[in-house]
Structures are given as structure tokens and as C-alpha cells.
Design a protein. Structure first.
Length: 404
């Protein structure tokens, strides 16, 4: 078996399409964040952008999983990215005509959240169909490294392009989503239509029930959710950049891409040296390091110190991501991957978008620095509790299906 995944043309097309879409989205986050803060000068409004993206994902969770298991996952991805391109085009028009407002940004954020609700489980469930099972862990690491590379390049490019104007930034983002959809149209994916199952609560809740019955999957997903929910501070980066570190859009771009630097370095290492033993303990250790890094970031008063803490946080988070993603995909039958991935995506959405809302509210109540530091300590508490609540995950030795 050829272990060089870049010699697998199907995987390569999928990988490139993911880069194009992720790069477009990461540029978009800088534009939306900076423009919203410029319009409102409010931490609460920044947090509400995350909530606007999260609520559609929450509302559609049961539906999108069923769709991803019943229909062509490649087609779903193509449609999602075309819809995202159209949504960002509205932001470009609003900025160009100077009709942009907080309400328009919220509406577009909600539309993006709805599109990503379908995109995330379809993408996750599609990948195991494109590569041999033995190469899945490497494939996940390579996809993760590509995504994190765009988190480096996207915000950095976005910060520079925003100096030209938000209209230019949004227009480039539109092109990225359209390019991703075009590449997917040439993907050689052998889709086998399944007999359409009737929509019922039994089928809709199948993914959630599967996760509940599997303590390893439940523990790994919920650990990541609560750790990032408490320890994530991405919604506060515009405030940290402007009011604490006294930098501009370029500094915000550096802060946003710093975690990805650590994540890319770690994911490249994991792609070459897959984890073999003590994966449970390694996962808990990585999340603890993430919490400690959050505390250091919250106490930082110099740009270099904040960037260093974020790099370490990104590397630690990547270890957790690769372990969790591999466990979820290998432990789940293909006919349920869409529903399980949808349930997983709502956990991820909770930790990211709802975490942004939590950070914004906490910062409004306590102040930016206390909110970040308290969140870091909260992550450490979660690690200790989860090691006790999920002993099967703590004791997990390997990533292979059915192995202890």
C-alpha cells in the first residue's frame, strides 16, 4: 500500500478543496470580527456573532446528520460552499455600498452557520470513503495540518487585505468558496445510493444514541467541548489586540494565526509519527497544556508572550483533535458517520461559537483578562473531572477500532 497520500488523486483533490474553503473562511473571520468591533466597539456584539453562527447549527443538528447519511456527501459539500459564497457576496455588497450594519453581519453569520451545519458532518463522513482505513489517521492529520495552515495564512492575508477594504476581503473569500466547489465537482467519489430510510426520531437520534453508548467517544468529544468552551478566547482577540497589546489589524491577524503555527507543526509531526500507545493519557495531558497556555495568554502584556502562549495552545489542541477525530471515525460504522459527525459537530460548534458567546459575556462582566484566566483554570478542572468520569478513555492505549 502506498502510504504517500499525495499520490492518491482523490484524496489530493479533497485536500485542496478543503484548503480553498478554509482559507476563504479564515479570511472572513478577520473581516467580520474587525468590522463588527469597528461598528459597535462592544465585546458583547463580538460574542453575539459567535452565537448567531451557533444557533442554526444547533437547530439543524439532527437533520444534517440524516441528510449526510442518505445523500451524496460530495454534492452536499458543493451546495454548501456555493451558498457560503453567495452569503459573503452580500457582505461585500453591503461594504461596497456602505449599507453594512451589525444586523446584516448577524444575518450573514446565521446563514454561514446554517451552511456549515451541513458542511462539517458531510466533510468528516466523506473522508473515510476516500482513503484506506489504515491511512485514516495520517489523512486526518494532513487535513488538519492544511486547515491549520489556512488559519495561519488566512488571518494574516485577511489582516493585510482589510487595509485595502472589507469589500476586497469579502470578494476574495467568495472566490475561495467557489473554487472549492469547482474542485469537488471533479472528485472521483464512488457514491452508492442507500435505500432511503424514513425520517423518524429513531433515525434522527441515532448518532446521539451511538455516542452515548460509547464512553470513549462521549468522553473525548465532551472533553474537547468543555475545555475549549471555557479556555477558548478567540472572540476576545480583537479586544486583546487593540486595547491590551495596542496593535492593529495586522497584529490581530498574527494572534489569530499563532495557534495554527503550533497546530501545523504538531500535525505534520503526527502525520509522520502516528500515536501508537497511551493515547488516552496523552489526550488528557494535551488538554491540560491547553489550559495552562490559556492562563499565560490571559496574563500576557507583550505581543511576543501572547503569540508564544497561543502557539503552545495550538500544538496541544491538535494532539487532542487528531486523537478524537480518529477515534470517532474508526469506531463508527459508515452508515452512521453522517449522524455521528453531525452530533460531533454540534459539540465542536458549542465549544467554538458558543464559547465565543461565553467569552464575550464573561469579559463584559469581569473584564477581558479575568475572563481568559478563569477560563484557563476551568479547563484544568475539566481535565481532572473527566479523567475520573471516563476511566475507559483515560486507560485507552491505541487508536485501533476495538482495541483497549
Amino acid at each position: 500500500m502506498d502510504t504517500n497520500l499525495f499520490r492518491h488523486p482523490t484524496f489530493l483533490r479533497f485536500w485542496i478543496s478543503q484548503i480553498a474553503s478554509s482559507l476563504a473562511f479564515q479570511m472572513l473571520t478577520v473581516g467580520i470580527g474587525w468590522q463588527m468591533y469597528s461598528l459597535t466597539n462592544s465585546a458583547m456584539h463580538l460574542g453575539m456573532v459567535g452565537l448567531a453562527q451557533f444557533l442554526p447549527q444547533l437547530a439543524l443538528t439532527l437533520v444534517v446528520g440524516h441528510v449526510a447519511d442518505q445523500y451524496n456527501r460530495r454534492t452536499i459539500l458543493m451546495i454548501c460552499r456555493i451558498v457560503m459564497a453567495a452569503t459573503v457576496a452580500v457582505l461585500a455588497w453591503g461594504s461596497y455600498t456602505q449599507h453594512i450594519s451589525a444586523g446584516m453581519i448577524y444575518a450573514c453569520a446565521a446563514a454561514l452557520g446554517a451552511s456549515r451545519a451541513f458542511e462539517m458532518p458531510s466533510s468528516s463522513a466523506l473522508l473515510p470513503n476516500l482513503v484506506p482505513e489504515a491511512l485514516l489517521s495520517r489523512a486526518l492529520a494532513l487535513v488538519a495540518s492544511a486547515r491549520e495552515a489556512t488559519v495561519i495564512a488566512g488571518p494574516a492575508i485577511g489582516g493585510v487585505v482589510y487595509l485595502v477594504g472589507p469589500t476586497t476581503l469579502y470578494s476574495i473569500s467568495v472566490l475561495g468558496f467557489l473554487l472549492s466547489s469547482l474542485i469537488l465537482s471533479s472528485l472521483q467519489y464512488q457514491y452508492t445510493a442507500r435505500a432511503k430510510a424514513p425520517v423518524s426520531m429513531e433515525t434522527l437520534l441515532g448518532g446521539i444514541r451511538f455516542i452515548r453508548r460509547n464512553p470513549v467517544i462521549l468522553g473525548s468529544i465532551s472533553l474537547d467541548m468543555f475545555a475549549v468552551l471555557l479556555g477558548g478566547a478567540t472572540a476576545l482577540l480583537p479586544i486583546v489586540a487593540k486595547d491590551i497589546l495596542h496593535t492593529g489589524p495586522w497584529g490581530l491577524g498574527l494572534l489569530r494565526c499563532a495557534p495554527a503555527v503550533g497546530a501545523v507543526l504538531m500535525s505534520v509531526y503526527l502525520a509522520r509519527h502516528p500515536l501508537q500507545r497511551k493515547v488516552g493519557k496523552i489526550m488528557f495531558s494535551a488538554v491540560a497544556v491547553f489550559g495552562l497556555g490559556t492562563i499565560v495568554f490571559g496574563l500576557s502584556t507583550q505581543l511576543w508572550m501572547a503569540l508564544s502562549a497561543l502557539v503552545i495552545m495550538g500544538a496541544a489542541d491538535m494532539v487532542s483533535v487528531v486523537i478524537r477525530s480518529t477515534l470517532v471515525q474508526l469506531e463508527t460504522p459508515d452508515e452512521m458517520r453522517g449522524r455521528v459527525s453531525a452530533a460531533n459537530s454540534i459539540f465542536i460548534g458549542t465549544s467554538n461559537q458558543l464559547g465565543e458567546f461565553e467569552s464575550g459575556v464573561t469579559a463584559a462582566l469581569l473584564g477581558t483578562v479575568p475572563a481568559i484566566v478563569v477560563g484557563g483554570f476551568g479547563t484544568l478542572v475539566i481535565v481532572g473531572l473527566w479523567m475520573k468520569l471516563f476511566p475507559a478513555l483515560t486507560a485507552r492505549n491505541t487508536l485501533e477500532k476495538g482495541e483497549p
